[in-house]
Design a binder for this molecule. Structure first.
Ligand code: UDP
Length: 320
């Protein structure tokens, strides 16, 4: 197959590219290298076509989509920190950029895999989160919810076009982690805490650390993405792609300290200190994984300890 991966130099995108190359598919990547990095594609760069461009360039997007059979749309402004620091840029990329990709898929009749997010569910208290659940969001004056809203527009757009024949499926990622996480890029608590532990700096836990996430190893994230895109049973559907084991941030911090043998301690910092006034966090986040199991035979099975060990091994090998 000829595949196009938008955001293919990014953290999840580059792992997906590795898998597609390994499976002998043709791969083109479009990435503006804003948070992506060419070193992520080092191992495969001679096997792929790389185009440095933004998905805001509708002409380039249309040409590249026309050259592909399947389009994996992963390019996005991600990470709570980025969304809050650059709300305008994030909104434009995550709506206008996605619209360019979706519209081109419609025009050329190409299969679309839309990468979405568990942030879609917002701060709902209903656990686990099922794909058809209500979304619960805060005020528009809180920048964080703009990410959820933008991704929801993309989902609506893809679903609406599907009624007119677009072949597509949607995946909602739950806190992916693994090699190539960049504390300066996607950010993420795993990357931040691991870097702090290795550098023997205090591990910054926001609030009391009782908030939970379900951490999903990147190989599982990629496997769920591939299945949703390529298994015909997944067509037209939305899937949670995540491990359903719940971990509090304070437990994550102590696990990372123990695993790295760090002399660091945990340092609690308030949300206000980190993000300024009026920040809202998601207290718990657990995926309902039944649909992905039933339809795609997919299970995100890598345990946190195992995934963290693999991430740490990569970190030590690359950060000398
Ligand atoms: N977090 C933390 N310390 C950090 C980075 C994040 O305590 O250095 C917390 C953050 O406030 C949130 C959780 O870890 O409650 C997950 O944050 P992340 O940005 O990784 O993902 P998301 O909030 O999108 O789930």
């Amino acid at each position: 197959m000829r595949t196009l991966v938008t955001g293919g130099a990014g953290y999840i995108g580059s792992h997906l590219v590795d898998r597609l190359v390994h499976l002998n598919h043709e791969v083109t990547v479009i990435d503006d290298l804003s948070t992506g990095n060419l070193t992520n594609l080092q191992a495969v760069h001679s096997d792929i076509r790389f185009v440095e461009a933004t998905i805001l360039d509708a002409d380039i997007v249309e040409t590249l989509v026309g050259d592909a059979d399947v389009v994996f749309h992963l390019a996005a402004a991600v990470g709570v920190g980025h969304i809050i620091e650059q709300p305008l840029r994030s909104l434009v990329i995550n709506t206008k950029g996605a619209e360019n990709v979706i519209t081109a898929c419609v025009k050329h009749d190409r299969k679309l895999l839309l990468a979405s997010t568990s942030e879609i569910y917002g701060k709902t208290a209903k656990m686990p989160m099922s794909e058809d659940d209500d979304r619960v969001l805060g005020s528009t004056t809180i920048a964080r919810w703009g990410y959820s809203t933008a991704k929801a527009i993309d989902e609506h757009l893809a679903l609406a076009h599907a009624e007119h024949g677009l072949r597509m499926s949607i995946v909602r990622y739950f806190n992916s982690y693994g090699p190539r996480l960049d504390p300066r890029g996607y950010g993420s608590v795993v990357a931040n805490l691991m870097r702090q532990a290795i550098d023997n700096e205090p591990l910054t836990v926001h609030g009391d650390g009782s908030q939970t996430r379900c951490f999903t190893y990147v190989d599982d994230t990629v496997e769920g993405t591939l299945r949703a895109a390529l298994d015909l049973r997944g067509e037209g559907k939305i899937f949670n792609v995540g491990n359903d084991h719940e971990t509090s941030i304070i437990d994550l911090a102590t696990t990372i300290i123990a695993m790295t043998g760090s002399s660091s301690a945990v340092q609690h910092i308030s949300y206000e200190q980190r993000f300024g006034k009026g920040f809202e966090d998601t207290k718990r986040r657990i995926p309902d994984v039944q649909r992905a199991r039933d339809v795609l035979d997919f299970n995100a099975g890598v345990a946190l300890q195992d995934g963290l060990q693999r991430t740490l091994a990569w970190w030590r090998a690359t950060h000398r």
